[in-house]
Design a binder for this molecule. Sequence first.
Ligand SMILES: *Cc1c(COP(=O)(O)O)cnc(C)c1O
Length: 371
Amino acid sequence: MTSDGVGFEALAQPGIRGLRAYDPGHDLVAWRRRVGPGLIELGSNENPWGPSAAARDAVLDCLHSLHRYPDPLGGDLKRALAAKLGVEVPQLLLGNGSHELLMQVGQVFAGAGDEIVASEFGFAVYALAAQAAGATLVRAPALPRSHAMPRGHDLDALADAITPRTRVVYLANPNNPTGTWFAIDALAAFLARVPDTVIVVVDEAYAEFVDDGATALSLLPSHPNLVVTRTFSKAHALAGLRVGYAVAHPGWVAVMERVRESFNVNLVGLAAAEAALADDAHMRWALARNAEERAKLSEALSSRGWFVHPSMTNFLLVEFGADTPMFEAGLLERGLVLRPMGGYGLPQCLRITVGDRDENRRLLAALDEMR
Ligand SMILES: *Cc1c(COP(=O)(O)O)cnc(C)c1O
């Protein structure tokens, strides 16, 4: 019996015992209370330019229907996504953020005795999904720091890690926290090495930021075991509303639908996502701002002698070396929140969301005070 008097830990399923919940970095609510509106939040890869005005209007239009349940099928949003992505509606699964879907893939397709493969420095949710499912996480080594994609996914190593027990492989393209990416023909070569009974999840949370629009979606027709996940949280700037989706074979979607909570995506989120999706001009504008600010910030940090990982996202992974805890603490004191990387085994790095011009300038000024 533990200190809770009942011993809930021992009552939990094996995978849940010892599981540590997703670490969102700092306690932002406490920091907002402490610092007030001047707090600069560059820790969660949110979009500083905000969503489309059409999405805000769509939110306001919902206010008269808040007593109603949302469409359990999310039909309007799915039809808009299908048209936009060139896929069929039955290929789409909506999630309360893509985080929910990433977790459910593990629970639906893996269990005790099974293996789930992900890369070293891959997004933290994959390890959680494996553990929560009671499966064994197998980590493939990442590419070396000296590679053109430092600490990025090594697709050969990932393929080598697959065994007859493997049920799911999680890849992120581009990856968080490294910012690195891989080419779609490299993914095709990887998929050719994977048995079609292994679900390959390609997490495209940052797909909109990819310069040439390369996406794993083009490989779906030839690979029924491929699942592509996306989100409205990053480029679409709707992190607060929790809308994500997966695109896959209709048969995969049908199985996943069995465990989906019927109203998992709320009324406001559905409406805002649909409006955001239709606003191409706003998206182009936000992507151009991000690319410009990212290039400037990356250049400014490198010129100060810090190693900046290449990035096709809205964040930069930066190596500050042995001084990392000093910079982290000093930035917090000055009201700037970045994401510490100790949990990823990169205590010498910080992950920095690309802010707006003023935020980035204040970040550099604060770093210069401490150098
Ligand atoms: C942010 C992020 C997600 C999760 O986004 P949701 O807000 O849950 O849709 C998924 N994968 C990666 C790699 C991310 O960075």
